[in-house]
Design a protein around this ligand. Structure first.
Ligand SMILES: [Zn+2]
Ligand SMILES: [Zn+2]
Length: 417
């Protein structure tokens, strides 16, 4: 018997309906904030991810699904989408359009995670990118979008953590100080961190190992090394958030381990998610466009982990859309009469279903029950002869007569009452 691959999951209808609702709400919110959708491919030339995510990063080295296609070209399943969006921006000269370019996307990402971590290898992200602007009020706008999204989805207990990791002017000073600090703890760092601390000490602060986290919590913060411009930018972001009454917390050791990240970095976390507490993460990546061979282009963005978001969703907040009417035909004459009515009601947006004319009244009633139909209409030969059928409200069991002439409109009147 075949089953789905490890780390790949079916999302069955009950759960998929919640996903759909989240997507509907998010489309509305992104649109209100002036973002346009973009769809980028799942497969890219692996060099895109080498240049963006980093050729020596864990994601590219250990987790990316990379393989040669039938033409011998090295391709990779995207582990994230920011690189693809930036590639599309450069490839299609989107800088010639209105500034900033505000884009959002949603879709599956792929990482060959260790199975024991219980993480999915196909997971989903929804993200936003603001491309072509430097000023701090764009950081505030993006963060306010994120905050409002959680509000609209009634997800409570989210903490917005922000930090600044400086720029190519001030970060080298911080990097050197961090490097010197870590030298004193080399033997206590995990193997990965010992290896990578030399090339990229900031990534030690990202490490999830308990020993490394302990050391990280005592390490110097980039906040103490910001140049005047970065300090001004970070202050303006905080002031902007306060003006919008958006609560935030400064997390002085929050970093992104990639060189093209600059200034503002942030995470939205929830205590309900355990150790992997971030449900969304993002920041400024003013250096990414250049890293991909484009002109220098400041930009910022975030990605939301959909599976984590869904885990935080309060299911009672998701509106249900029950079956409004179940039509029960007893015999073929009734079925012939009701099938155009069913079609007409569906075209009017009513959620309706019809039973099998050959099945007994009892078994059809049972099916209507299983579908949680709000109303049931029973039509047999006797009803056709009398020109009237009974429509039953399944909640309070109250029945009322419903004339068969102009039945569609009669039913619409009952359903819309
Ligand atoms: Zn700076
Ligand atoms: Zn470590």
């Amino acid at each position: 018997m075949l089953s789905s691959l490890r780390g790949f999951k079916d999302v069955l209808s009950d759960e998929a309906l919640k996903w759909q609702w989240v997507e509907t709400v998010t489309h509305e919110v992104f649109s209100a904030f002036g973002f346009s959708p973009i769809q980028v491919p799942l497969l890219e030339d692996v060099r895109l991810f080498h240049a963006s995510v980093g050729a020596t990063s864990d994601i590219v080295e250990k987790q990316m699904y990379a393989f040669d296609d039938l033409d011998g070209k090295r391709i990779g399943l995207r582990p994230e989408a920011t690189a693809s969006v930036m590639r599309a921006y450069i490839e299609h000269n989107l800088h010639t359009g209105p500034v900033p370019t505000k884009l959002y996307y949603s879709g599956p990402m792929f990482r060959h995670e260790r199975p024991q971590a219980g993480r999915l290898r196909q997971f989903h992200q929804m993200g936003a990118e603001v491309i072509g602007v430097l000023k701090p009020h764009h950081d505030v706008e993006l963060l306010s979008l994120l905050a409002y999204l959680f509000e609209r989805l009634t997800i409570r207990g989210i903490v917005l953590q922000i930090n600044s990791i400086g720029c190519p002017v001030c970060r080298p000073l911080y990097r050197n100080e961090l490097l010197a600090f870590l030298q004193g703890y080399l033997s206590k760092l995990c193997e990965n961190c010992r290896r990578r601390s030399r090339e990229n000490p900031l990534r030690v602060l990202d490490c999830k190992e308990a020993s490394c986290r302990g050391i990280a919590s005592a390490s110097p913060s980039p906040l103490d090394h910001l140049c005047a411009e970065c300090a001004h930018h970070f202050r303006a972001v905080q002031e902007g958030l306060s003006r919008l009454n958006i609560p935030f917390l400064i997390q002085p050791r929050l970093v992104r381990g990639l060189d093209y990240y600059t200034k503002t970095v942030f995470e939205a976390t929830s205590e309900h998610l355990g150790a992997q507490s971030a449900v969304a993460a993002g920041g400024r990546y003013d250096g990414l466009a250049e890293a991909l061979g484009g002109a220098p282009t400041p930009a910022l963005g975030f990605a939301i982990g959909m599976e984590r978001l869904m885990a935080l969703l309060d299911p009672t907040q998701v509106p249900e859309r029950p079956l409004q009417l179940f039509l029960i035909p007893l015999g073929s004459a009734a079925s012939k009469m009701l099938s155009p009515i069913l079609y007409a009601l569906r075209k009017r947006g009513m959620r309706c279903e019809m039973g099998d004319e050959e099945a007994s009244l009892k078994s059809q009633m049972k099916r209507g029950d299983r579908l949680s139909a709000q109303y049931v209409l029973i039509v047999g030969n006797a009803e056709i002869e009398a020109g009237v059928a009974q429509i039953r409200n399944m909640q309070n069991k109250v029945q009322q007569g419903c004339a068969l002439t102009d039945l569609t409109n009669n039913l619409l009147a009952v359903l819309n009452a």
